[in-house]
Design a binder for this molecule. Structure first.
Ligand SMILES: Cc1ncc(COP(=O)(O)O)c(C=O)c1O
Length: 471
């Protein structure tokens, strides 16, 4: 033992020896069960009185770091790590509970966890199955992408100019006439919602959402302190919005095409009416249009294409069509809004991945994207017909559903309120993962969001069979 306390230090010998012993335990040099030399020997080694050693050992015993075993000596106690951890770590539970962002529902946390299990059948996943992703083509297209040094530096606040020019061209086909200056590239549509929630609204603003709503499963507005007001389709829209908004700032979030989770779409008349009512009440609209390319028939016009006053914030993404892992989406909005969101985005992540932006620019400009999406629609249609035939054969007596018009989902409604957490957990035990309706509307115990996009056909068949046996 080389170390000795410093007699010239302003710290007492007692404190120095206590610190020295604690450090040995903390660093794991004296592991649990390590026997300390006898008191007399310690005093001799450290060059101090035995009474100093007795005081030090008493203190560390009282703290729970050391323990005496009668007739055997002094040992590092079993509990020493717990004692040190409790003392040295901040109270993270308290930090977590007091923090701003809401946690996911427990059911969603479990979904995220069990999605990693390769043996589980994913009946609800809102993602393309690996065999629908154009992995090989994506890989090949990397050869065609040329980069210069500017491309791979920090991007412009609004994102790659090239991609924005290409997008403004592409969006014309959706009836949206916009300049690259009014487009912001974001890291997925979800980031667009987060930027809007912190960049355009005061706390306690009202967010009108459809009922049920995708927003209940992700919380970007709830975490920013907004009040959520659900609006049922066909409800007296004007009255509800008027009564709900009052003097507060408000915003209407809608997925008019292939709604998540219901798969339904607003008719052109419903779109017009919603626009008119919101225009009259000066309520901006977020049009979340991430599924529109997956409609099996021709798509109704985007609400943004009918927007004369810059009231619609239009959100798109390649996550549902090309690859969610690229994390590329966009917002189209009046320039001052885009400038504001871009400013916050720069404070958040300094821009989206340059590589992902180049890949998306290449796919859109070369025509690869549209070719791929056309074939994807056909494959999704085949899958939807397959699932509907299983439903028709086996679920008619216990559930109802609408024929899928495109996208990923069938909003399956059971006649009885059977879709509770117990069913969710029971199915997990049988290796089937569902998205219960209650994550989109906490009071809903009737629905399951069935996705035909992810699992293989065999898995869909087996999973539905297991589901049926558990109802
Ligand atoms: C309606 C809707 N909006 C946004 C998102 C998020 O998309 P992204 O992966 O582009 O963030 C999803 C994903 O499930 C969605 O269903």
């Amino acid at each position: 033992m080389q170390w000795k306390p410093d007699r010239h230090s302003h710290l007492s010998l007692h404190i120095q020896i206590v610190d020295w012993m604690k450090t040995h335990i903390e660093r794991g040099e004296w592991t649990v069960g390590t026997k300390l030399p006898p008191q007399r020997k310690l005093a001799e080694l450290l060059g101090v009185n035995r009474s100093t050693i007795i005081d030090v050992l008493d203190e560390l015993k009282a703290d729970g770091l050391l323990e005496m075993k009668r007739g055997a000596g002094t040992f590092v106690s079993n509990n020493s790590w717990n004692v040190l951890l409790n003392k040295s770590q901040p109270d993270w539970h308290k930090h977590i509970q007091a923090s701003i962002h809401k946690p996911n529902y427990h059911t969603i946390q479990l979904i995220n966890e069990y999605e990693q299990d390769s043996c589980i059948i994913r009946l609800g996943t809102g993602e393309l199955s690996p065999d629908l992703l154009p992995t090989k083509l994506l890989e090949q297209s990397l050869q065609s992408i040329s980069l210069n040094a500017r491309d791979i530096g920090y991007s412009e606040p609004k994102g790659s100019k090239r991609l924005r020019i290409i997008l403004s061209d592409y969006l014309q086909k959706r009836g949206i006439h916009t300049s690259p200056e009014s487009i912001l590239i974001v890291s997925g549509a979800l980031q667009a919602l987060q930027l809007i929630s912190v960049g355009l609204l005061e706390q306690q603003s009202i967010i009108f959402q459809e009922h049920p709503s995708y927003l209940n499963s992700v919380h970007p507005f709830q975490s920013a302190g907004m009040q959520m007001v659900s609006v049922k389709r066909n409800e007296r829209l004007a009255e509800t919005l008027k009564a709900g908004s009052g003097k507060k700032q408000s915003l209407f979030y809608t997925i008019p095409t292939l709604h998540n989770p219901t798969g339904s779409s607003l008719t052109p008349e419903e779109r017009k009416r919603l626009l008119e009512i919101c225009a009259e009440l000066q309520i901006p609209i977020i049009e979340d249009d991430v599924y529109h390319e997956l409609l099996f028939e021709e798509s109704p016009p985007a609400m943004k294409s009918l927007d004369q006053t810059g009231q619609v914030l239009y959100v798109g993404s390649v996550s549902k069509t090309l690859s969610p892992g690229l994390r590329i989406g966009w917002v189209v909005a009046p320039e001052p809004v885009i400038n504001r969101l871009a400013d916050i985005k720069m404070q958040t992540d300094y821009g989206s991945s340059a590589f992902s932006q180049e890949i998306v620019a290449h796919w859109l400009s070369s025509g690869l994207y549209e070719e791929h999406v056309a074939s994807l629609r056909q494959q999704l249609k085949g899958r939807s017909l397959f699932v509907e035939s299983i439903l028709n054969e086996n679920f008619r007596r216990i559930a109802t559903w609408e024929k899928s018009m495109g996208g990923f989902y069938i909003w399956l409604r059971f006649n009885e309120p059977v879709v509770n957490k117990a069913l969710f957990l029971k199915l997990i035990k049988q290796k089937v993962l569902i998205n219960p309706g209650y994550i989109y509307d906490p009071s809903d115990l009737h629905h399951i969001r069935l996705s035909y996009a992810y699992a293989t056909l065999e898995e869909l068949k087996e999973g539905l069979y297991i589901l049926l046996n558990n109802i």
